[in-house]
Design a binder for this molecule. Structure first.
Ligand code: 26Q
Length: 809
């Protein structure tokens, strides 16, 4: 986008005058933020219109990415960067007496997601736009995103996340895109005047979905613009004036409140499905609104839905939008007169599904009665899908037990993953290991009947946000060494490999890390008051708090060091700071206790300055995308320590790698592929492997035997009972060795402890040899190109969606 500083200035002045009737001298930072964002939005809109015209004219196939979560973070900085306008805005705001960096701080994160899955969706939008694939994302415009975390008395407290005031500027309300959704009631069949079977809804609740569009520009020449459409729920009917006039204000408001509840708040749990009715309504709301919109646009262009699979790929990101399959069937049959067979042929060639978990408690299942009550018509279609599937399997003489395992409805439950596999063209996992595991475990029977359906697309991250924007020092060095091709061709980062023995380059990499650590320490000091020692090694674990991710294993290791130092305060050690960032689902008590444990340990260390010099712990409050952008470039060790087989991929591992941090991790998820890329010398792998986990369970894994026979482990676990900062953690100690109503140590922290500790010691040696360590950092950066979401999106486009890029003009 070529706009001069003066042109930018004029546009901003115009917005200030029009929206606030003020001059820059009178403006607050908030007003400047708003004016600047509106200017950017106008530019995006214009770009989008040009792009859309090209897509329509070329009759390109499009992908529609359905996801309950998009973890967007901040937008202003990203948009300026992608449009190539950062410098112009910077200069212009300086002239007005503002700093662009300070203006960025006025924006709150759009936290419309829990963690990895939502951030992945956002990275994908960036790559789709940059690579210029015709794409549109669909999600919910939650009024409240993921809760804001406060730590009070060392414990997590959840506060509502009011992101909209500053996030709203990016959304274009689309009053022309409004669709009605039916919930509850009864679906009645009747014959119309032509003798055709029709369906009508009786006593159902009708809710309108209103569209808000956020435009996402790609980066560089020839980039496109993707649209993320967010649906907001509102009442279909007008305000109930009658009740109001009669003084019944509650009743007057009731319908509106009920409707708006649907998009009020994001469910704050990941990897755990609780079967709540409101969540099912949210999922249907997203799916129905999106499909109605897709169909309307398709019909405008092609006048028929017969070619839908050739012109549209609908992607279900996890099972959360699984209802897309029966809902598409419903729309095709009930509203567009297709027969079952025609509709099924279209739907099952249009939809694809990505699986993100193998954990039983995360696989979505709905109570059949609730499902029928909330979605009567979709339920009857789902039953028919199930009936026909069972018939087909019987025809193919598939074993009865296997059919029972694969069917959609069984034991009064509707199994969304099974629905997705049956109704999708392709099903993929998110790392090589995970894609193998789903074929061997949860989908093994399906893999026998539909062997060609399963494939892998390893996750990726947008290196433009996670390297170029968040780590400018490192980016400049890379540009100096290999040029800037890697901005759009991440695989060319491998050009850095030739500097692996270049001492000056290695020193500079070390120097940049030091500077980033210093800058982060200053930022933390300023924003929280916590004193980080930039001379210590920054060792970071940032992800949702979950047992399988084993933050507890990390804590056990730290407590071990802590006890060593309390016994022997003069011990010579490599000074380390362990940094944690994690939110726990509000009702996940054990996870919240681990947050408390980390904070209590941190507090206790603060009381002992001599220990703090050598060993420190910091908990980042309210970890989110913006916090990650600050912290990752300053981190040296990337903790990726899930129990093997549990983490589908992980994506922070990729963000750390591209910023030159070294992985300390298990052979799980994408760590395996990271290890293959960097080689054994440039990663620290420990712990049991997937098959060994299985074997250990079969051999009767018993953590209390480990506890009894390993003095170090015993010392650490016993110390949990005494606790830290005056708080005992005997509940966590007994979780590890007795099990609280459950199996003890279900994620095998004690089994992996020894190897973890030994491997961390090996890492100390490497770290204390600066050349060796900086070389490891360099190899990690050089080998990270394949983990760009550009590569992931090209894989999806080629193997799953069969998309072509829009040709440059
Ligand atoms: C389901 C039902 C009801 C309420 C909530 C949910 C729900 C919400 C979010 C279930 C799961 C999620 C999110 C899962 C997630 O983030 N998974 C992560 O996805 C990443 C991207 O593929 C992977 O890298 C991680 O390994 C995986 O844990």
């Amino acid at each position: 986008m070529n706009k001069t500083t003066n042109e930018v200035q004029e546009l901003i002045l115009d917005k200030l005058a029009r929206y606030f009737a003020i001059t820059p001298e009178q403006a607050t930072e908030e007003q400047i933020y708003k004016a600047a964002s509106l200017v950017v939005r106008d530019i995006l809109l214009q770009k989008k219109q040009e792009n859309n015209a090209r897509i329509a004219e070329g009759k390109y196939k499009r992908v529609y990415y359905l996801c309950m979560e998009f973890l967007i973070g901040r937008s202003l900085k990203n948009n300026l960067f992608n449009l190539g306008l950062t410098e112009q805005f910077d200069k212009c705001l300086k002239k007005m007496g503002f700093s662009l960096e300070d203006i960025f701080e006025r924006e709150s994160d759009a936290g419309l997601g829990n963690g990895g899955l939502g951030r992945l969706a956002s990275c994908f939008m960036d790559s789709l736009a940059t690579l210029n694939y015709p794409a549109m994302g669909f999600t919910i415009r939650y009024e409240y995103g993921l809760f804001k975390q406060r730590i009070v008395d060392n414990q997590q407290v959840e506060l509502p996340d009011m992101w909209l005031p500053s996030g709203e500027v990016w959304m274009m309300p689309r009053s022309d895109k409004r669709f009605t959704i039916n919930l509850g009631g009864r679906a009645e069949e009747y014959l119309d005047g032509n003798g055709r079977m029709r369906v009508r809804y009786v006593d159902s609740q009708q809710i309108d979905a209103l569209a808000y569009d956020v435009m996402i520009s790609g980066y560089g020449d020839g980039a496109g613009v993707s649209v993320l459409r967010l649906w907001s729920a509102t009442s279909t009917t007008q305000f109930d004036m009658r009740s109001f006039s009669q003084g019944d204000y509650e009743k007057a408001m009731q319908r509106e409140n009920e409707a708006e509840l649907i998009t009020k708040v994001l469910y704050p749990s990941d990897d755990h499905s609780q079967g709540k009715q409101l969540r099912l309504q949210q999922e249907y709301f997203l799916v129905s609104a999106s499909l109605q919109s897709i169909i309307k646009d398709h019909l405008r262009l092609y006048k028929s839905l017969k070619n839908l699979p050739e012109k549209a790929a609908i992607h279900a990101n996890d099972t959360h939008p699984a209802l897309a399959i029966p809902e598409l069937m419903r729309l095709l049959m009930d509203e567009h007169d297709f027969s079952w067979d025609e509709a099924w042929d279209i739907a099952s060639r249009t939809v694809n599904y990505t699986n993100h978990t193998v954990m039983a408690e995360a696989l979505e299942k709905w109570d059949e009665n609730m499902f029928r009550t909330v979605l009567p018509r979709v339920y009857s279609i789902t039953c028919e899908i199930n009936r026909r599937f069972i018939a087909e399997m019987n025809d193919r003489h598939v074993d009865g037990a296997k059919i029972a395992n694969m069917q959609v409805i069984n034991n009064n439950q509707v199994k969304m993953a099974n629905l997705c596999v049956i109704g999708s063209q392709k099903v993929n996992g998110v790392s090589a290991l995970h894609s193998d595991i789903i074929k061997d475990t949860i989908f093994s029977d399906f893999n026998e009947v539909y062997p060609d359906r399963f494939t892998n697309v390893t996750n990726g991250i947008t290196h433009r946000r996670w390297l170029l924007q968040s780590n400018p020092l490192l980016s400049s060095l890379i540009e100096e060494l290999i040029g800037s091709d890697f901005h759009t061709k991440p695989e060319t980062l491998s050009g850095l490999n030739k500097f692996a023995t270049d001492k000056t380059v290695l020193d500079r990499i070390g120097e940049i890390k030091k500077q980033n650590k210093k800058a982060y320490a200053e930022y933390v000091k300023k924003t929280t008051g916590f004193a980080l020692n930039p001379e210590s090694r920054f060792d970071t674990q940032i992800k949702r708090l979950h047992e399988y991710k084993r933050q507890l294993l990390n804590v056990l290791k730290i407590v071990h060091y802590y006890l060593d130092l309390t016994d022997n305060p003069d011990k010579k050690v490599t000074p380390q700071t362990f940094i944690f960032g994690a939110k726990a689902a509000g009702g996940y008590m054990h996870a919240k206790r681990i947050i408390q444990l980390i904070n209590c340990l941190s507090k206790e260390i603060q009381k002992n300055p001599k220990i703090k010099q050598k060993l420190d712990v910091m908990f980042v409050e309210n970890y989110n995308v913006t916090q990650a952008e600050h912290l990752i470039p300053a981190s040296e060790v990337s903790e990726q320590i899930s129990l093997a087989g549990k983490e589908a991929s992980g994506t922070s591992n990729m963000k750390f790698m591209i910023n030159g941090a070294v992985t300390l991790g298990t052979l799980d998820g994408a760590n395996v592929e990271i290890g293959e890329r960097v080689g054994d010398d440039n990663i620290f792998i420990f712990g049991v492997k997937t098959d060994e986990v299985e074997r250990a369970w079969r051999a009767g894994y018993n953590s209390s035997t480990i506890y009894t026979h390993n003095d170090e482990i015993k010392r650490v676990v016993d110390r949990l009972r005494i606790g830290f900062d005056g708080e005992s953690f005997s509940d966590i100690a007994s979780y590890l060795i007795q099990g609280n109503y459950n199996v003890a140590d279900p994620y095998m922290c004690l089994l992996d402890f020894d190897d973890y500790k030994r491997t961390a010691e090996r890492m100390d040696e490497a770290y204390n040899n600066a050349d060796r360590w900086n070389k490891m950092a360099l190899v990690n950066i050089a080998q990270s190109g394949i983990f760009s979401s550009d590569r992931s999106i090209n894989d999806y486009a080629k193997n799953i969606w069969r998309l072509k890029k829009v040709k440059k003009v």
